[in-house]
Design a protein around this ligand. Structure first.
Ligand code: PLP
Ligand code: TYF
Length: 398
């Protein structure tokens, strides 16, 4: 059966973990995968999550199947996070939310549904983007292209090129957009630019698929949702994938959601029925635990406040690592201006290190980064930041 099966390439990001695990050097540092670690280098279990889990364990509820679309309380809580507490769009029944297996699962359910609507539509992702975007939409049957996004010379967005490209796409094309904390570049659009993107999406009849994996990691929960609020105000129909992997530190519980915004309540009912069909033939219904934990935290004012504090703590620590890294790279004698690291948003910095320099960091210093030069700031801590700054200085000098 398997004679013709070839070895598949490793995931460029998750594959780094395997190499890192096999490295026996004590001083090794993994700046590859986008995971938040605390200053002790541990993935935190948030106190709000722990309390919600303890409550649930005490109740010892039976483990029946969930509805295909997941828990009602969870889906409502997701809509409130995305669109705010008093959303006209939500009140009008225009939002359909289903609980998905992480942000990845949400993207895939959305992609499968879209492919049933129009398999010939072309999907455009940013250049560059999270690598799984391409693979995932291709696996759903789409041809995937890119729109211009990052400009290495300014370390910002080449917005005119992006807009020009969007203006050239055929009606019905699907545009995947990062709501905030662009992965991998850390370069986000301004709100004025978002409005221009929305205007083009409307005038060219494009389909927006907004991916929100890092809500709360740029400026805050509400501020980071501002682009979605602009979409809500636009009256357009659009897709949102969202994830609690990072914001609740619940990576392995696979907690995410797909929200489809439609024209009206009646359309929502038809859309939900078809999305449920996609889910049934994939995994039937989502697991219970993570969604209940998130819904419990978001609906209890005390737990919610606790979570917001903890999320702010993660955001602030990443910011501190940004400023310290810049200071320490300069202290290590580098004259090149690294202050852009402070402007970039979210978990990552697109450092400008070349693939060869990244390789050298690994070989000479045991420091792992993605070959594109992306590093995860949230993996820095008070014990490893000096070594990382010195390693960057040494590979730049060579
Ligand atoms: N989208 C982007 C841009 C991401 O960076 C990630 C990272 O994990 C995801 C989606 C997937 O989220 P999840 O880990 O919840 O599947
Ligand atoms: O970009 C990252 O590092 C995170 C985690 O296939 C991730 O989004 C990376 C690769 C992948 C799934 C998740």
């Amino acid at each position: 059966i398997f004679a013709a099966v070839e070895m598949a390439p490793r995931d460029p990001i998750l594959g780094l973990n395997e190499a890192f695990q096999a490295d026996t050097r004590a001083e090794k540092v993994n700046l590859g995968v986008g995971v938040y670690y605390d200053d002790n280098g541990k993935i935190p279990l948030l106190a709000a999550v722990k309390i919600a889990e303890e409550q649930r364990q005490k109740l010892a509820p039976p483990r029946g199947y969930q509805p295909i679309e997941g828990a009602v309380a969870y889906n409502k809580a997701v809509q409130t996070l995305l669109f705010g507490a008093n959303s006209a769009l939500v009140d009008a029944g225009r939002a359909v939310t289903i609980e998905a297996l992480g942000g990845t699962g949400a993207l895939r359910v959305g992609a499968d549904f879209l492919n049933r609507l129009d398999p010939k539509a072309k999907v455009y992702i940013s250049d560059p983007s999270w690598e799984n975007h391409r693979a995932l939409f291709e696996a759903a049957g789409f041809e995937v292209g890119t729109y211009p996004y990052y400009d290495a010379s300014t370390r910002g967005v080449n917005f005119s090129a992006m807009l020009e490209a969007l203006n050239s796409y055929a009606a019905g094309s699907i545009i995947v957009l990062h709501a905030c904390c662009h992965n991998p570049t850390g370069a986000d659009l301004t709100l004025a630019q978002w409005q221009q993107v929305i205007d083009v999406i409307r005038s060219r009849n494009l389909v927006a698929f907004v991916d929100m994996a890092y809500q709360g990691f740029a400026d805050g929960i509400e501020a980071d949702a501002a682009p979605l609020r602009l979409f809500a105000d636009s009256g357009l129909e659009f897709f949102v994938s969202s994830s609690f992997s990072k914001s609740f530190s619940l990576y392995g519980e696979r907690v995410g959601a797909l929200t489809v915004v439609t024209a009206d309540r009646e359309t929502s009912a038809r859309v939900l029925s078809q999305v449920k069909r996609v889910i049934r033939t994939n995994y039937s219904n989502p697991p219970t635990h993570g969604g209940i934990v998130v819904a419990t935290v978001l609906s209890d004012p005390n737990l919610r406040a606790q979570w917001e504090d903890e999320l702010a703590g993660m955001r602030d620590r990443i910011r501190l690592m940004r400023t310290q890294l810049v200071e320490r790279i300069a202290a290590a004698g580098v004259t090149r201006d690294f202050s852009f690291v402070i402007q970039q948003r979210g978990m990552f910095s697109f450092t400008g290190l070349t693939a060869a320099q990244v390789e050298q960091m690994k070989d000479a210093h045991g420091i792992y980064a993605v070959s594109t030069g992306r590093i995860c700031l949230a993996a820095l801590n008070s014990r490893n930041i000096d070594a990382v700054a010195k390693a960057i200085a040494s590979v730049i000098a060579n």
